[in-house]
Ligand binder design. Structure first.
Ligand SMILES: Cc1cc2nc3c(=O)[nH]c(=O)nc-3n(C[C@H](O)[C@H](O)[C@H](O)COP(=O)(O)OP(=O)(O)OC[C@H]3O[C@@H](n4cnc5c(N)ncnc54)[C@H](O)[C@@H]3O)c2cc1C
Length: 336
């Protein structure tokens, strides 16, 4: 069977890998000159299913658990160092609320925070630690996926190619165009996210640190070699390429509150893109003729892509049905 996957972001690459592993012929079509330059390029790469319990549906948590196994075993791109959640002392009620809404964490006092992250010594009295969570570098993870895909003689890539221009027939199309698919998926919206990469050797962190804040929550993900990804804003705005002075100010003040050493860091990258999202912020696998749309990964691209890709393959290859991500009616999905 010939399967065309449109879009070489995390959704497209993970889907392509499932079909390749099942022995199918796969063509990956990407309009950019290289893979992974869309929204997936800007992701933090936190694989944090239990932290996500704060605001996400059970499917996100289940999919996140699947992602932990995928990114540590199937495609070992992630490091399991846990996640540390902190608050400024005046916002302690936020930590209590976060602890109540999430599971699989332990409370740390100042001494244990220091033991885990020596450079945060004395900065926070209390924290939550999610020891089984992981993080990865999205760009490295996608490069690893591409390398794996290139090992299959039955897999081909077409870059600099807009899928709209292709007229040759294939057995199935798997549409993973992210926000660009809003021309076909009328209920898809874009949620703008802005991020920075800072460089400093004045501070070392071993794991993602999330700081809760009523207006400006922030996270810092260590990328190694003194680089830190700082994210991310969430703005209901479909203007994608500009990071505003206000967002930069908010991200920088929040990260400065985690540690003043970030004040001396060099800003080596700024970026923004649109997270593809449906109205309930849950993903969808939607069938239309011989096309399967895999979309709506919102802020959970790396967290959900493995679970969605596995289901996408089961739908096309075995005709299976997954009501939790396939039904148009949200009540049906909730029941599932
Ligand atoms: C600042 C920020 C931080 C984030 N942090 C996290 C995080 O920590 N963890 C997490 O799991 N998720 C995170 N996300 C969300 C994650 O990045 C997205 O959910 C994910 O990237 C969506 O992947 P995708 O493959 O659907 O889309 P994309 O990565 O956008 O891929 C779509 C691809 O399709 C291609 N394309 C579009 N149209 C066509 C066409 N006509 N023909 C051919 N190709 C086409 C595009 O060029 C692109 O390469 C974050 C997002 C942002 C913006």
């Amino acid at each position: 069977m010939m399967i065309r996957v449109i879009g070489a972001g995390v959704a497209g690459l993970t889907c392509a890998y499932e079909f390749a592993r099942a022995g199918e012929t796969v063509e990956i079509v990407e309009r950019a000159a290289a893979p992974g330059l869309g929204c997936s390029f800007h992701a933090g790469g936190m694989i944090s299913p239990w932290c996500e319990e704060e605001s996400a549906e059970p499917f996100i948590v289940e999919g996140g658990r699947e992602a932990l196994a995928y990114w540590t075993q199937t495609l070992p791109a992630a490091t399991v160092q846990g996640t540390l959640v902190v608050v400024p002392p005046r916002d302690r009620p936020d930590l209590v609320r976060f602890a109540r809404l999430t599971t699989n964490h332990e409370r740390l006092d100042a001494a244990r925070i220091k033991a885990l992250e020596p450079d945060l010594a004395g900065r926070f009295d209390e924290a939550l630690f999610y020891s089984q969570e992981a993080h990865l570098d999205p760009r490295a993870a996608m490069a690893m996926l591409v390398a794996r895909l290139r090992e299959f003689p039955s897999v081909s890539f077409r870059f600099n190619t807009d899928a709209e221009t292709l007229t040759d027939a294939v057995d199935w199309t798997v549409d993973c165009r992210g926000y660009a698919a809003h021309d076909a998926l009328k209920d898809l919206r874009g949620v703008k996210g802005e991020m920075l990469v800072l460089a400093t050797h004045e501070i070392a962190l071993h794991r993602p640190v999330r700081m809760l804040h009523p207006r400006h929550p922030v996270y810092v993900v260590p990328r190694g070699d003194g680089r830190f990804m700082v994210g991310a804003t969430m703005i209901e705005n479909e203007e994608r390429r500009r990071i505003t002075a206000r967002s930069m100010l908010e991200l920088l003040s929040a990260v400065y509150a985690i540690h003043p050493a970030f004040g001396e860091a060099e800003i080596i990258e700024t970026g923004s893109d649109l997270r593809p999202a449906f109205s309930d912020n849950l993903p969808r696998l939607r069938l239309a003729d011989r096309t399967l749309y895999v979309n709506g990964l919102f802020r959970h691209g790396f967290l959900l892509a493995p679970a969605l890709a596995r289901r996408a393959a089961a739908i096309i290859l075995r005709g299976e049905h997954f009501p939790e991500v396939m039904d148009a009616d949200p009540r049906e999905r909730q029941r599932a």
